[in-house]
Design a protein around this ligand. Sequence first.
Ligand code: ASP
Length: 439
Amino acid sequence: MSTKVAKFGGSSVADDIQIRKIKSIVSADPARRFVVVSAPGKRYSTDNKITDLLYLCKEHVDKHVTYEQVLQVIHDRYIAIESNLEVDAGIAKEFTIISQNLEEGTTSDYIASRGEYLNAKIIAAFLGFDFIDAATFVKFDARGRFLFEETNDALAIELAKHENGVIPGFYGTTPDGKIKTFTRGGSDITGALVARATDAEVYENWTDVSGFLMADPRIVDNPKGIDEITYKELRELSYMGASVLHENAVYPARLAGIPINIRNTNKPEDKGTIIVDEGQAKEGGIITGIAGNKDYTVIAFYKNMMSTEIGFIRRVLSILEEYQVPVEHMPSGIDTLSVVIASKYLEDKLSDILEDFERKLAPDTIDVIENVSLIATVGRGMASKHGVASKLFKALFDADINIRMIDQGSSEINIIVGVNSTDFGQAIQAIYAAFAATN
Ligand code: ASP
């Protein structure tokens, strides 16, 4: 039988009303055999995510402040969900165990994981599916490093025994049985692992938006949605800050050739965005999306005959490495080299780094340009078309925007421009307007 894995994020499982929507989504397609859930997220904008409250609880314990009130809020939310769904998932008893563990000084990973654990118990009872605890099958080594293949094997063996199941996202265990979580948003990873282990036809990631949009709707008015995007394009876009999905969720699905479909729990009729491998992708428009990030610093070197000086770039990079500063881009020209760095990495180090550059590289000039924004215009359709760059630059020229830097990745599916941060929004609007109409 074909299998689809459906992962529901925090807002999709925030209360009993949302969980009822999940039931109708899951029962609409018998292939949706395995469901992975997050902890309850926000029901409204000023609400708290359960995971945040659980971490807060642990902080209270660590600071010897009474934690009972916070735990009570969490308890009441779960009890309300359980009783409104009219199921018995044994939640009250679970809270006795959680309190006891808190008193005994349990880890913050354990406490945080209870958000997913309790929710999966309730949702399994409500759907009539088996509850399958991730603790037993998602494996980390003694140092807390995720064990990819061991997890896949353990999950594949276990899931083959179940017709249907609900699996809590976000956590697993180390060999001594201690709970270990992924980084925040990590239920997406669990969903991808379950999809790989069951060789699913698709990994559905249900959230509160109907997939990706071509541009940030806070910048561009009513941007078009993206029907299909390749993993590579997504990487280029998420790299620039447009992540909807946890970065590490892509790898397991991609490796197994499983498409990821971003869907909207509140609008299940929308098809959402499908993320596929390059080979599976339809032709698509010239550009797929535009994303950007503010707050970069460009350090630009000029040195006569630099292009023939052996080791110049290596020395630039080794100085940055000494200061543990990652490089975002490195556009170069004859005798010029720029390094583009997220400004947060330079805060208190910039003057020391510049001093080292002066001393060890003896450049003719070094310029530091701050408040630069990077904008990536990404599309698999641009690799085979000419005139894309000229259209993009003309759009920026017409909008009177000065381009500080240009970088076209070797994949030829991404043109990155650096502009002054004051021009950031306008530049994205101009690029979008130039391409969206004809895309
Ligand atoms: N509940 C966890 C978090 O808020 C994990 C997740 O929802 O994916 O980060």
